[in-house]
Design a protein around this ligand. Sequence first.
Ligand SMILES: [Zn+2]
Length: 541
Amino acid sequence: MSIQLVCSSSRVSTAARRSSAVASVALSLCWFASAVSARQVNVVIQPPVDSKARAFIEVIGDPVRIWLFPNSYAGISDLGKRIEKLEAFDTAGAEISVHKIAPGQFEATRLAARFRYEVNLDPPAQPSDAAHVSWLEWARGLLMLADLLPTSRSEQGKAVNDEQKEKKTAESTIVRFTLPDSWAVHSNEGHNAAGDAAVSARNGLQKEVTFVVPDVDRAVFALGKSLHISQFSPPGMTLRLVTDGEWAFPDSDALKMAIDVLKAHHDVFAAMPSKQGTLIIIPFPHPVAANKWSAETRGSTVTLLIGRLPSKVAALAQLSVPLTHEFLHFWVPNGLALAGDYDWFYEGFTVYQAARISVRLDVLTFQEFLNAISRAYDGYSLGLDRDRWSLLEASKRRWTTGESSVYSKSMLVAFLYDLNLRSLSRNKHSLDDVYRNLFREYRNEDARAGFQPAQERDGSEAALQALGFYSGMQNFGRSFVSNAFSISLPELLAPFGLRAETFGLRTRISVSESLTRQQRDLLHDLGYNDYVRSPNHRKAS
Ligand SMILES: [Zn+2]
């Protein structure tokens, strides 16, 4: 099995989005500003049956004069162009003149108490982008409030300050969807006490579904005509599976795999990251090759778009790759009170750790695990600027030139770290311990309540400190993360009984013919089983 990642940042932009507002339904003439005190955003969904896919959004709340909608996310640009027909009104209901500064940027002549607009929800042209931004098609859609609502601005157009950001944790937004009566909408976001969203019939053709959203940046909603829901509660967390479409595997198999992955991560971290998680599995909005997938983790929601492999075994194997990776993001970075561009750790190390978990779950063989490392090395070797920047610097360039470093090179560094720590500690410690220590120290308790933390430490600093905690590993971070360096895998792997050979453009890593006892013990701990080669060898205890 190959490991390919189209994962995007699970870390939602820290730009505060305080649409402190009360909204009414855009299409209707409801107007209840004075009657409602909570923040409220109402969204009317218009699937593209005989017109374009659209959402009509209306927001009422704090006085606002300048609106800036996010224009890019996860390397996807021109999002602002989707925002159309913004209209603003004062407290008396009189319309205020609005000037469009640029796509997704609007300015009113005076403060507005209410505004409404339309969002063009045609699916993105690039299929892999559909896991990262809102879209809607005739049978289903995905809505992410972060790209549907304007970034909050003060009256002067200045970004909200830290003090206001802290206040955000005390506020929730009530989001009311109006959608066709035959559709359903599901989310990890706040529900009523019974765990369900409030649903009310509207006019026989439409219904309203209301959610309480603690943090709009983390909110993902799956909508569709034929969503099916199942859930399971391993100790400490309830996982809800929301699927749509026909797959080669039954929902129960996907849920079982998801639970196995969650438990394997839990064994590492010794705690669940949140009380509830949601896994959304839906088809791409456009036809794609059957082996394609694209995923994103936002808060404690994993959104996974996959192609349709006809074989159940192959389809489940395909599912396991993004699940091991994305579920780890529930803990890192989404469960940590850490900030900044520490993508080298929360992506690259995640790629490595997810492969380790796959070996533990018997989803990957040890050789397939080594093959994944080989491919990362080949990917790194082909990178144009592979050694120009440190991993710290490459992380700041992730969406331009740093992607290969953030994923491939960082995965190699994680492997080297794990090998060295295991070797130095005689297999007493491993990267697992680093994860557990980091989570214990920087766990974001607010994440359990669905909030982003009010205060965050720099993620790179914290991760480097955690990596340097163990004896003999103090300089590892400086050598491999803080400074630019070149990786020559054959020399770096040789001390651990591993051989890296490159034939043409492809590298193969294999276990050396003769191993010392210590090398054998270390590789056994990583999943190596030499039974086939040496049937008489007694496995080290
Ligand atoms: Zn990722």
